[in-house]
Ligand binder design. Sequence first.
Ligand code: ADP
Length: 508
Amino acid sequence: MSRRLRVLLVEDSDDDAQLLIRALRKGGYDLEFLRVETEGDMRTALAQGGWQLVISDYAIPGFGGPAALHLVQDLGLDLPFILVSGTVGEDQVVECLHAGAEDFLVKGKLARLIPAIERALRLRQERASRAMAEAHSAAKTAFVSSISHELRTPLNAILGYAQLLHRDRREPLSARHKERVDQILRAGEHVLRLIDDTLDLSRIESGAIAIAIEAVDVVEAMEELRETLEPMASKAGIALGFETEGSIGRAAADRVRFSQILMNLGSNAIKYNRPGGQVTFRVSSLVADRIRVTVHDTGTGIPADKQSKIFEPYQRAGQETGSIQGTGIGLVISQRLARLMGGEVGFTSVWGQGSDFWVEVPVHPSSGLSSTPSPRHGSGRPTAPREGRRLVLGIDDSPTGALLMGDLIDTLGTVDLITAPTVESAAELALSRRPDVIILDLDPGSIGAAALARIASGIGNTPVIGLCTMVRDRARGIPSGVRHLVAKPLNVDELVALLERLLQLSSP
Ligand code: ADP
């Protein structure tokens, strides 16, 4: 079967052009070609477009192969370029190949012409597919991230107001209404998790997340994990156990992302367990240069016929219709993150008996024995109690955010809120009114970070609470003056409890 090929021939000799044309037709190409021998003609031909290949003589008086190659490149065209020449020095060949020519053939030895063309066309096709996939992936990430931003703003209001309704003491809801508000909260939180996870996965897939490998003290990471998971486990009636086998060094991992994987495996082991069940975290270093954390649970296990699906996005392996909430994205995110760190996630599971999920990462080259956990950073001393009412300064340029904050502070009774929608007003109020606590929005695009930089030197020890959406990246990019971080959408109870503590209010 003949294949169509549109070739631009840069050649000043009729005879040589005929030789090439014959060789191409013999090679099975249904040829369409144009012969040019000056830069002007070549420019005009390239402007017409539609070429699949350029074959150019190396030496043409007043023009020639290297100049023709530059022309193609200057015009930004990704056109395979093959040079043909009588006799030419090795230096020139190397120079042309470096400059981007696909191949270099010697006239009179055209046996390599067809394989060279096939290779050049194949490489061109591969480049085009790759560029298309990259553009597609970048467009998808931009789309997901803009959608997630658009969804988050109303979701902040839905979740914030539902929580305020739920805890309204002045006009309390009836038990039936509370149940319904609970449904709103549960559904809203599910949407929020879907947005977070989808955005995270899309950023990982497009290569948009940065992995910062450092020496991570695994024993310390397990301590933090225990603190975070304990409330969830005791609510579900699950006992948590922690074991280490042998001496454990430090892992070469991204601290935030490693914790995210452990959290995912750990919370799954609690979620898919049974009352009175057990979850055991075992840290081992059985394989040289690797540290493995195995999360063993005595839960439901995963049916054998569903096991091949659990690392696929949005697959919930039979849990779709059950009462356990989930998005089906956690494991695929964990696996991809582990691979980005040179590690792996895997599992074994027996239906009805339980599962062992594990994450393995490399040992850090500088690794010594695990240190004793370093003292946690202080959470900031509460301000001394003042006479009378307390004052909170809210720095937020979004009207909905400020409105929600006003309603929230209102529930505290003896606390007043002043809000600053600009960096200038924030500086003025922080210094003239001396608030007891400052709350600011740290999300990209909001004024919190700039305002803090402006007021930092003048506010002494005043506690600063930062509100921030990407709580998974909480270890990064948080200005040092922020002593307390609260995730957005707000958990009203969490923020109220923190304010009560910092303002030394006794909760009613
Ligand atoms: P999610 O838990 O949000 O549904 P994951 O990606 O974390 O999503 O897990 C995918 C699926 O794998 C879950 O829906 C569940 O069916 C199964 N699974 C994960 N961990 C466990 C476990 N420890 N025990 C039983 N099933 C599990």
